[in-house]
Ligand binder design. Sequence first.
Ligand code: ASP
Ligand code: MG
Length: 428
Amino acid sequence: MSLIVQKFGGSSVSDADGIRRVARRVAETRNAGNDVVVVVSAMGDTTDDLLDLAIEVARKPPARELDMLLTAGERISMALLAMAISEVGVPAQSFTGSQAGMITDGDHGAAKLVEVNPFRVREALDAGNIAIIAGFQGVHRSTKDITTLGRGGSDTTAVALAAALNADVCEIYSDVDGVYTADPRIVPSAQKLDRVSSEEMLELAANGAKILHLRCVEYARRFNVPLHVRSSFSHNEGTWVMPTPHENFTPQKEIPLEQPLISGIAHDRTQAKITVVGVPDRPGIASRIFRLLADSKVNVDMIVQNVSTGDRPMTDLSFTLDESQGDLAMNLLRAAEEKIGYTSLDYDDQVGKISLVGAGMKTNTGVSFKFFEALANADINVDMISTSEVRISVITDVSKLDTAVRAIHTAFGLDADNEATVYGGTGR
Ligand code: ASP
Ligand code: MG
């Protein structure tokens, strides 16, 4: 008998019909002779709607209360799903994150798991139940306050449970058939990948691909959990995200001898760029700027420093970050004007990032050339560039982002003849 963890995203459980469809799917897996643990997200856009409500009643909702509020979304879907599964004749019990032993630190809104003790989940399985767990939430070890793992965190709940219960596979169900060469909502000719290495998946997730939460990919890699990303609307085989081959589980697909040149293109519209103009070009200044940001947990992505000019050398330093941290970063820099000694600050949130990812880049030449040629032919100006062994990223004007993604997709020969199916969801 296998133990399978199945995670269903908000668009798979957006209404009663969806919940009933998922219930049948879960029961099917169980009736095929498997133990099943299910992790659910909040229904449809519930989390966003709750957030909007919070902001209507308070300009700055207290983080503790915001977590209390948002975790309610997942609790609604877990209870409804347990009812719907019982309705099709299989016993099911739901558990909050806290009841399922998801112990976290106290960082409300971005809590980290510090321990996973799913003994109640294990007991429920042993008693013949399907266990349903509310995603993206836990409980602070000492204060016992309820926490959330951050947006999209239900994927991480699923992988953490799969690791703790030593599951054979963690299936992540969404509204598309798997991981695509680009977001099929933007590139209809995108192709589904049969498999992708966890190294490439990390780069895609870190650079804006929303199909999997970055932390879930990291966690799966660390604990060697095979991930199968697939659709709850079809029975098609999805995408396998493979860490090193798992000892007791081998997917049907063989591992290819050569890694593909390109796995896919990720994009991210939520970037902002800050330029600190006219900073003295001497040792210690950059460290002062980035220490200031790090102390307030601002996550800096790309950094570019211009060539310095003049007799008393001055330079401009630009960096990108998520636009949600833009105000915070600007306020920190304004307050430190004297200490850093710059001339002015510039803020631009009309930028986006495009990243081309592929393990084959390590050993192939000409990838950068083709990438920049495609952008040039589409008349797209590149603002900043960064690379890793398996990735090239650029910052461009956000209005050009979709065109850029399509141009690069075509240039690398990734276009399929038929259109990708997007089964549901609003993409919000
Ligand atoms: N419901 C939460 C969100 O929308 C968590 C999740 O879906 O993973 O971010
Ligand atoms: Mg998600």
